[in-house]
Design a protein around this ligand. Sequence first.
Ligand SMILES: [Zn+2]
Length: 201
Amino acid sequence: MDTHFGDGREETDSGHAILLDTSAFIMGYEPSDVDAEHYTVPAVLEELRRDRLSQLRIEAALRTGRLKAFSPESLYVKEAEAAAAELGETDVLSHADKMLLALGLQLKEGGRDPVIVSDDYSVQNVADRLGLRYTSLATRGIRRVFDWAIYCPGCRRVFSGLQPDGACPVCGTALRRRPVRKTPARGRKGSSGPEAAHEGA
Ligand SMILES: [Zn+2]
C-alpha cells in the first residue's frame, strides 16, 4: 500500500495532473486506462466507500501509483473556500469538493497543469473562478474528454498516430499515449495552439 503523501514523485513528463472528484469515479472514470497522473483527496474516497465498483477501480489505481490521494495544505483550502463563498456555492459544495479544488490549486502552484474531471456544476463553477481547468464526463464521454498524443518516453518525440508496431521508429521504445488539452473545434486546422506548440519540445 502506497502511503506516500505529498507530490514528490514526478514521473510524468507532460505536467498534466488529472483530478478526480466523486462524480468522476461514479461515472466510471478508470485511472488505470489513462496514461497520466491522477489525484484525488481522501475525502472523495470516503464519499465512495460504499460504491463497490468505484472501490475496486480506486484500489487498483492506488496500487499501481496511477492515482494518488492526499489532502491539500490549509492555505489552499482557505482559498477554495473563499472562492466558493464569493460565488454562493459554500453550502452546495461538499467537504470533499472543497478539498479537491484546493488540491487543484496546490498542484497548479507547484507548476503542474491540473484538470479537474467533474460533472458537478458547482465544482466547475468554483474551478472556473479559481482559474482551474475542468472537464465533464457526462456530456462528452470519457474518451472525448481529452485529445491524445502518442509520444515516445525514450526520445520524447511526439507522433500524430500510433506507429505500425507500437514502437518508436527512431529509438524503438514502446510508444505511450497521454492526454493533451482538448482543442476548440474552431481553428483546429493549421493553427497550432499553445498545447501543440509545446508538444514537440
Ligand atoms: Zn523514441
